[in-house]
Design a binder for this molecule. Structure first.
Ligand SMILES: [Fe+2]
Length: 261
């Protein structure tokens, strides 16, 4: 057991060196630019539309992750995210919602209530409305650019994979990408835009996601350790390769937005 623990530490080192160094984690040109830019309405609309396509189609990948889970515990972990995405509120005894946030950011969907308006897509609709975007403008494949659709399809292929090591590699990569800051760049850029333009966009969707990412990243850390400790033959190379392929998909998404701005 102790030897396995040592091996796990070695493996984490490899992950740090060969996965978390991916350029889209280390240097996301679009988000860097977005944070400081004097954004036009068109640029904010473009982000919103492409994000809505990703956000909507992420549901399919998350459902596949749930269905393909190798055990009940993993299935529940995947369902937590899926159910919350479609509108089941997190629920934790005694916890109070963070001030200024529409919905609780801690707890489990077990015992939580469902609200249509709490579905992340509807939340994004609320954000998009003051920009002049409605339901018909958002979330479908026909609204996605080639780069966004590549990302969405890679999510389906890798994150939603039947092979557990592949899907765990992808979710580890996705959660660590999300955890390492892009929400903060978007929030800053959108706050600047809101102040300058006077358009009253509600930023709750972005602020909430930034807050929960810490929890998600911690979950994928636990998930990885558990699998690794249990499986002597854990395929490290497949995990790292899958994570990197997933991040190439993520990079295509941001690069696509950068090309059109
Ligand atoms: Fe979400």
């Amino acid at each position: 057991m102790l030897m396995r623990e040592e091996k796990y530490k070695e493996f984490l080192k490899k992950i740090n060196e060969r996965l978390l160094t991916h350029r889209i984690i280390q240097n996301n040109s679009y988000c860097k630019w977005f944070r400081e830019a004097d954004l036009t309405l068109k640029q904010v609309k473009d982000l919103t539309v492409q994000f809505s396509v990703f956000s909507n189609w992420f549901l399919v990948a998350q459902l596949k992750k749930t269905i393909n889970a190798p055990d009940l515990e993993s299935m529940r972990a995947a369902k937590e995210i899926l159910a919350n995405e479609i509108g089941v509120l997190y629920h934790k005894k005694g916890s109070k919602p963070v001030e200024g946030l529409d919905y609780p950011s801690e707890g489990s969907v077990d015992g939580g209530t469902f609200h249509f308006t709490a579905g992340h897509f509807e939340w994004l609709l609320k954000f998009a409305k003051p920009l002049g975007l409605g339901f018909k403008d958002l979330g479908h494949r026909k609204h996605g650019t080639e780069s966004t659709l590549f990302f969405v399809d890679e999510l389906d292929r890798i994150y939603g994979s039947e092979d557990f090591t592949t899907s765990v590699g992808a979710s580890y990569a996705v959660e660590h990408w999300a955890h390492l800051g892009f929400w903060k760049d978007l929030i800053q850029g959108l706050t600047n835009f809101k102040e300058k333009s006077g358009i009253k966009i509600p930023l709750g969707f972005f602020i909430w996601h930034d807050l929960v990412e810490d929890q998600h990243a911690a979950h994928t850390d636990e998930e990885l350790k558990e699998i690794y400790m249990k499986d002597e033959n854990f395929d490290e190379e497949l995990f790292i390769r899958s994570g990197n392929e997933m991040l190439d998909g993520v990079a295509a998404f941001w690069d696509g937005l950068f090309k059109t701005c």
